[in-house]
Design a protein around this ligand. Structure first.
Ligand code: BV8
Length: 224
């Protein structure tokens, strides 16, 4: 039984990490789309860096919830047959024990060196513009996929989605592509599709099984 699970901000909501749409897309007066873009970083790197430093510090102070824990239990049972694809940049899936994991939108805890391409783990207390530990250049940026940038490991994700028997979407509004298109791809290749979300998302194709509720309740019930 091959399962692909796609997670979004809603799975981390119960850990106390605000979602994008619940915060009305605003962060201290900035539209997230205005902050989460390469143009914004080019224009005002300090504001963008402060946005990610604040989110990194916030994530360090919260913990995985029952939904993250349930997916880690599912991996213990299924092993390589389960792949978790997360749009989230927090490390709550890892901290719950999930290993077969793709961060398609990057990771808060990593930096990306524009000079050499290294992706070093970012020390939360670093003074801004530290030298890259690999090449020494002071050209680090957050290792987060911004709007207009190509997400990570798309081939690996698409291969898993077309081959899976079950595709589950947890805590995502289905607002952002290419992630929002995976349910249609899975369905086209014969997978059974499941949505576990606070409210039914406006998915491009209807889910075979759509359950409304909090991830912390729905995911353990679905897994166990
Ligand atoms: C790209 C990192 C080119 C930053 C993020 C069509 C095809 C391809 C691209 C596009 C397209 N149309 C438009 C595009 C461009 C764009 C896009 O999709 N724009 C949108 C706004 C229309 N996409 C891109 O730019 C992507 N790149 O297209 O490159 C390409 C593509 C393929 C091949 C070659 C080239 C890159 C997008 C990545 C942007 N970066 N994150 C950061 O985190 O700071 S996106 C960011 O917002 C998140 O990562 C996440 O993906 C998204 C927010 O979505 P959700 O996670 O769903 O969160 P949201 O708040 O929206 O919803 C939360 C849900 O949880 C809700 O449904 C709520 O009801 C539910 N919920 C709340 N509480 C709970 C709960 N559920 C359960 N329990 C709870 N307690």
């Amino acid at each position: 039984m091959r399962i692909v699970v796609l997670t979004g901000a809603g799975i981390s909501a119960e850990s106390g990490v605000p979602t994008f749409r619940d915060a009305d897309g605003l962060w201290e007066g900035h539209l997230i789309e205005d902050v989460a873009t390469p143009e914004a970083f080019e224009r005002d790197p300090d504001t963008v860096q402060a946005f990610y430093d604040a989110r990194r510090r916030a994530v360090a102070s919260v913990h995985p919830n029952a939904a993250h824990d349930a997916l880690a239990r599912l991996e213990l049972a299924l092993g390589e047959q389960l792949l978790v694809v997360t749009q989230n940049v927090d490390d709550l899936h890892e901290r719950a024990g999930t290993r077969n994991l793709v961060h398609m939108h990057g990771e808060l805890r990593r930096a990306l060196c524009l000079a050499c391409g290294a992706r070093p783990v970012w020390d939360a207390d670093l003074v801004w513009r530290p030298p890259c530990p690999v090449c020494g250049e002071r050209m680090l940026r957050p290792d987060v996929v911004w709007f207009g940038e190509v997400p990570y490991e798309l081939d690996r994700i698409e291969q898993a989605v077309v081959a899976c028997d079950v595709f589950a979407s947890i805590g995502t509004s289905g607002a952002v592509y290419p992630a929002a298109g995976y349910v249609a791809l899975a369905s086209a290749f014969g997978a059974r599709t499941v949505e576990l979300n606070l409210v039914a998302s406006d998915a491009v194709v209807p889910f075979d099984d759509a359950r409304a509720g909090r991830a912390g309740d729905l995911v353990p019930a679905w897994v166990d």
